[in-house]
Design a protein around this ligand. Structure first.
Ligand SMILES: [Zn+2]
Length: 56
């Protein structure tokens, strides 16, 4: 699986793209994967749901 739209860290004036660290699947919502992103500059972590392409 690839994820091409990395979120930008909101703690910087410049646009710093966060990096995908891990992904978790939610058994109650199998069409959604939660990605844990981390900013390479400040270490800020953020969780975002990633909807997989085969959503029902
Ligand atoms: Zn940051």
């Amino acid at each position: 699986m690839t994820y091409e739209e990395a979120p930008a860290c909101d703690r910087h004036e410049t646009k710093v793209l966060m990096q995908l660290r891990t992904m978790h699947s939610d058994s109650s919502r199998p069409e959604v994967v939660v990605g844990l992103f981390e900013c390479p500059e400040c270490g800020h972590e953020r969780r975002l749901p990633i909807r997989t392409s085969d959503a029902a």
